[in-house]
Design a protein around this ligand. Structure first.
Ligand code: UT7
Length: 311
């Protein structure tokens, strides 16, 4: 089957780590509440870093890891809900720092926490066999977090994940994405610092949507590819809440080690959470050749998507 394969991984994180303990000095919360409800222990929060500086660092690492050169890129994509500017796009600012010689498409897009899945979908459709793309997913959710609202400020973090993907002829790849326009339960009206500029969320409604959509998405990917859970080595869900991931895992009777989870270190980094998880898995030696991985995203919009990847 023709499709894309990830051939390089990169990441970047702000310097500052904020623990649950730190947050409990700012709002009425506790490490016990945050850990037991979400699995989160720490998150990274930007100070000097910009979306572009994090993206560039992640991009350079992914390109070096892929063995490709900057001038080999045929497409540059960046998923974010927290760009530095309205224009130019973060992707254009990254491209300006790379040796991109060809005339290629370079753009940002917003599919909230499903951004990485939308990026895989776009890369697969926009590339021809032999061509490669840089896909970055970078968020600075601290820019749009109300640090006086305990119901949201404990949940989010900043970070960037990047991959280089190449279009290949013989590869197991499948990807679908969707959206339903249900904007009520999770929205942020603007990047300007007004009350509306912060993330507003009906956590319970998002939780119900997430567990339903993840299960259906995994089932669809398995069915479309004539596979069962036994054929899959790892499932990487958008890291929004450990309880969401664990709920789905138990429903599917899958062992704990099959559902990778690193939310304890980063909190919810929206579009960046899946590439940051893939990066950590690669570092831990989990993504060996021949392994099959399902990645599943969901988020504001509502949006969702899933993909089957060959390592
Ligand atoms: O990227 C996609 C976006 N997001 C998600 O996927 C999030 C999905 N939803 C969730 O993860 C969970 O719904 C939350 C973690 C957001 C909340 O967990 P919950 O079990 O649904 O808690 P809750 O909102 O029902 O709150 C329970 C209690 C409330 O107190 P009362 O009304 O029972 O007295 C809250 O006021 O916990 C209180 N609470 C807190 N207490 C301490 C809410 N936030 C906090 C907090 N610290 N940070």
């Amino acid at each position: 089957m023709e499709g894309i394969k990830i051939i390089g991984y990169g990441h970047a994180l702000p310097e500052k780590i904020v623990s649950n303990e730190d947050l409990s000095k700012m709002v009425d919360t506790s490490d016990e509440w945050i850990s037991s409800r979400t699995g989160i222990k720490n998150r990274y929060v930007s100070e000097q870093e910009t979306n572009a500086s994090l993206s560039l660092a992640a991009a350079k690492e992914a390109i070096a890891d892929s063995g490709k050169k900057e001038e080999d890129l045929d497409l540059i994509l960046l998923a974010t809900v927290t760009p530095d500017y309205v224009t130019p796009s973060v992707a254009c600012r990254v491209a300006a720092e790379l040796s991109v010689k060809k005339e290629i498409p370079v753009f940002d897009f917003n599919a909230a926490c499903s951004g990485f899945l939308y990026g895989l979908y776009l890369a697969d459709r926009l590339l021809k066999v032999g061509q490669c793309a840089l896909l970055m997913a970078t968020e600075q959710l601290s820019k749009i977090t109300d640090f006086t609202d305990r119901s949201t400020c404990v949940l989010f973090g900043d970070g960037s994940g990047a991959v280089v993907v190449e279009k290949k002829k013989e590869v197991s790849f499948d990807c679908f994405v969707g959206a339903d326009g249900n904007a009520g339960p999770l929205y942020c009206k603007s990047l300007r610092f007004t009350k509306d500029a912060y993330i507003h969320m009906n956590g319970k409604e998002v939780f119900r949507f997430a567990v339903d959509k993840i299960q259906k998405s995994i089932a669809r990917i398995l069915e479309q590819n004539h596979l069962t859970m036994d054929d899959i080595d790892y499932v990487v869900c958008h890291q929004a809440n450990y309880r969401i991931i664990d709920y789905v895992r138990k429903k599917l009777h899958a062992p704990e080690e099959k559902f990778f989870c690193n939310i304890q270190n980063y909190a919810n980094t929206s579009a960046a959470s899946i590439p940051l998880a893939l990066y950590d898995m690669r570092q831990q030696g989990l993504l060996c050749p021949g392994k099959k991985v399902i990645v599943v995203g969901f988020g504001g919009g509502f949006t969702w998507g899933a993909a089957l990847l060959d390592c």
